[in-house]
Design a protein around this ligand. Structure first.
Ligand code: MG
Length: 399
């Protein structure tokens, strides 16, 4: 039987990997709708390649380009938030939610409200509105499948036992490009250096998050919502080879790990298979060739972002939402060379102190989450404009 799939974020790295998995199983999957951000040509290309019925582009200004690019194909198109919502709500067996950033919240929530099974790659949905999202998923009986490699690995490992027998879970982190750098060198790191992820090819924002380990912090918050474990039962270990993606520790002390080459198509295929393992072409993991799998603790002094995320999770309320918004502003400023790499954590820490003083409860809806998100962005951008620059920025500015 053919399974219908909608891909939100089709032109991004997860979206393109999803299209690749679908292309390997044309007899099994039919793509109903695709949605993208602002690249009309790339989105039109995706839509035509899979024969989608509908294509939606987030940027309202790119709507005409998309319509022209699809002229004569019979593929309908739309632009702006309403078009994205239409794509998310179309009848489909699985909606892949892979729009990155807070922009993914609305469309992902629209798919949930329509009762769709969601393969979730957008982190912000759980980080910014995790309580509301999981509550509504339970109420609507909607299935949420984690597509992020670590959480998908944990889901795979969980199949080895009963949920009630889990003692803790371990997420692995590659350690990023600065794993062995001293703090002084990190202070002068450039966006290009931060973008050089050792094991995965991803977008700029997530590359910087991987370099600061904020990505792992956000994943810790996601894991809490997906698996219902408190922060003291969620551990992180650095594993530079990115072969072991997640481990479940059982109450008898035994562990179950999920291993694979770092290839996003594997967690994607696991989600699309809905319990069945799909055949996938590609390299196979050769452990003898890799030789050694190594693990080391996270250096909290050089990577304060992980601790900030854990503190936000522990404090609860709207702090994870504040943390995420401040981080997005800080990463954007770093990519524009307005602040240094180590300033990212300083900006986030300051924003979290401000957020804690507000005492906001956890957002009970997507609208509340987005309101806190934009209030934090506005305030953090303002703070950045007024903050005295530390020496690395001055060097950077005069350079
Ligand atoms: Mg991940």
């Amino acid at each position: 039987m053919t399974r219908t799939v909608t891909i939100l974020g089709a032109t991004g790295s997860v979206g393109r990997s999803t299209l690749d998995v679908v292309a390997q199983h044309r007899d099994r999957f039919r793509v109903v709708a695709v949605a993208g951000g602002s690249d009309a040509a790339a989105l039109a290309c995706c839509a035509k390649a899979v024969g989608a019925a509908f294509a939606a582009i987030a940027d309202p200004g790119a709507g005409e380009l998309l319509r022209d690019a699809l002229a004569g194909t019979g593929i309908a198109s739309g632009a702006g938030a309403a078009a994205l919502r239409e794509a998310a709500e179309r009848e489909a067996d699985i909606v892949v939610a892979a729009i990155s950033g807070a922009a993914g919240l609305g469309p992902t929530y629209a798919a949930l409200t329509a009762g769709r099974t969601i393969a979730l790659a957008n982190k912000e949905t759980l980080v910014c509105a995790g309580e509301a999202f999981m509550r509504d998923a339970r109420r609507l009986g909607a299935q949420i499948l984690p597509m992020d490699s670590e959480h998908n690995a944990l889901l795979q490992a969980l199949a080895a036992g009963r949920a009630g027998d889990v003692e803790s879970m371990v997420l692995t982190a590659s350690g990023g490009p600065f794993r062995t750098w001293p703090r002084e060198r990190m202070a002068h790191a450039t966006p290009e250096e931060a973008a050089a992820h050792p094991t995965y090819a991803m977008g700029m924002k997530i590359n910087v998050d991987s370099a600061s380990l904020m990505n792992k912090g956000l994943e810790l918050i996601e894991a809490h919502h997906l698996f219902g474990l408190a922060d003291d039962r969620l551990d992180v270990v650095v594993h530079p080879q990115s072969i072991v993606h997640g481990l479940v520790r059982w109450r008898d002390g035994g562990l179950t790990a999920a291993l694979s080459l770092p290839d996003m198509r594997i967690p994607i295929a696991h989600c699309l298979g809905l319990g069945e393992r799909l055949a996938l072409a590609g390299d196979r993991l050769d452990l003898a060739r890799i030789g050694a799998l190594t693990f080391e603790p996270v250096d909290a002094t050089r990577f304060p972002c992980l601790g900030l995320a854990r503190a936000a999770l522990r404090a609860g309320g709207a702090l994870p939402t504040v943390l995420n918004a401040a981080n997005e502003v800080a990463v954007a400023a770093f990519l524009q060379r307005r602040i240094g790499f180590l300033d990212i954590s300083a900006v986030v820490e300051e924003a979290c102190l401000w957020g804690a003083s507000k005492g906001w409860p956890a957002p009970s809806s997507i609208e509340e989450a987005l309101a806190i998100d934009s209030e934090t962005r506005r305030r953090t951008a303002e703070w950045l404009r007024q903050a005295p620059l530390s020496p690395p920025h001055r060097d950077r500015r005069s350079a």
